[in-house]
Design a protein around this ligand. Structure first.
Ligand SMILES: Nc1nc2c(ncn2[C@@H]2O[C@H](COP(=O)(O)OP(=O)(O)OP(=O)(O)O)[C@@H](O)[C@H]2O)c(=O)[nH]1
Ligand SMILES: [Mg+2]
Length: 315
């Protein structure tokens, strides 16, 4: 989807291999995997790099549930960033699917950025991811995030436990500090290649999916504790026939009746507020008015059923 499109863009854009006139010898292009533990700041970094709010962000860990492609054009390069779910070990079916996404991105990217939250430091998850990236001989940059936070200053940097052959840099997605230097390091490590996607593409994700994600972001924002993790958004209706008014109908799927009561809220107040917040985010994106209808539905199986997880777009 390109940002200049109106409320349309429901068709994933096909790669347009070799479609520009730039010579392959001086042009670089490739996939850049953003990897790290939950909450390391992967989605925030993607948004900062693109200058768009493409990936949803929350203060709660395990927000991202799929691979998200964000395309950054440069004069002599095309950087194809892949945001990933935070690697996290748990026996849940959804988690299994998310870790598979992480493994695939680590395997398929041309360059990896291994994100380390500077306020938390290096963890077991970094050891695991670093082990895989070394085994796959993947060029890797270690990216220290959240360097604007005072708590980041007291921690060791560069990190001793990190493989010393990898270059390191620090960034803040809040202020933008360090991002230009990081991009230069990535371009340096990319292979020579013509652009792989069209020049004005922003992502391969359809607008319908981005709208579902914005609703999910509101859920993360407005509901506490475990509830956002048990919840999925299923878009039932996406009607863009009127260019002045996009109509969306979606289910908020929860696992149990008790959760449904919380999401509906007293007299429907919670679902109403989730709807208002989501509608504002979607309107800011699509640039037209949005009519949004949300329904809360109990679906006790969605978290346990691999096919359902895939249908909902989380794989
Ligand atoms: N101060 C500050 N906060 C940041 C920065 N980057 C991310 N954050 C915050 O850290 C939290 C997690 O950020 P996300 O971008 O959602 O992290 P993530 O790695 O994508 O998390 P998952 O999708 O759950 O794996 C959010 O509250 C962000 O606002 C930064 O550079 N500075
Ligand atoms: Mg994320």
């Amino acid at each position: 989807m390109s940002k200049s499109e109106p409320a349309s863009g429901t068709t994933p854009s096909a790669p347009t291999e070799g479609s520009t006139e730039s010579s392959a010898t001086d042009f670089r292009a490739g996939f850049v995997g953003l990897l790290g533990p939950p909450n390391a700041g992967k989605s925030s970094l993607l948004n900062r790099i693109l200058g768009e709010r493409l990936a949803i962000v929350s203060a709660k860990p395990q927000t991202t549930r799929s691979r998200i492609l964000g395309i950054l054009p440069r004069e002599n390069a095309q950087l194809l960033f892949l945001d990933t779910p935070g690697r996290h070990v748990s026996p849940k079916k959804l988690n299994e699917a998310l870790n598979k996404v992480v493994e695939e991105v680590a395997r398929d990217c041309d360059v990896a950025c291994l994100l380390v939250d500077r306020t938390e430091g290096w963890t077991d998850v970094h050891d695991e991811l670093a082990g895989s990236l070394i085994a796959m001989r993947r060029p890797t940059v270690i990216v220290g995030t959240k360097c604007d936070l005072p708590r980041a200053q007291g921690k060791d940097w560069p990190i001793e436990a990190a493989p010393e052959q990898w270059p390191a840099c620090t960034v803040s997605s809040l202020t933008g500090e360090g991002v230009t230097a990081l991009l230069a390091m990535i371009v340096e490590a990319l292979p020579a290649s013509p652009p792989l996607y069209g020049e004005d593409e922003l992502t391969d994700r359809p607008m319908r999916w981005l709208c579902a994600e914005m609703i999910r972001e509101s859920v993360f924002e407005m509901l506490d504790k475990e509830l956002p993790y048990s919840m999925a958004v299923e878009v039932l209706r996406y009607d863009e026939s009127n260019p002045k008014m996009l109509k969306i109908g979606a289910n908020l799927l929860v696992e149990r009746d008790s959760q449904k009561r919380i999401v509906v809220g007293r007299g429907g107040s919670m679902v109403k507020n989730i709807g208002i917040r989501s509608r504002k985010s979607i309107e800011a994106w699509v640039g037209c008015r949005v009519h949004l209808e949300l329904f809360v539905k109990v679906d006790p199986t969605w978290l346990k059923n691999g096919r359902r997880i895939q249908e909902l777009g989380y794989q």
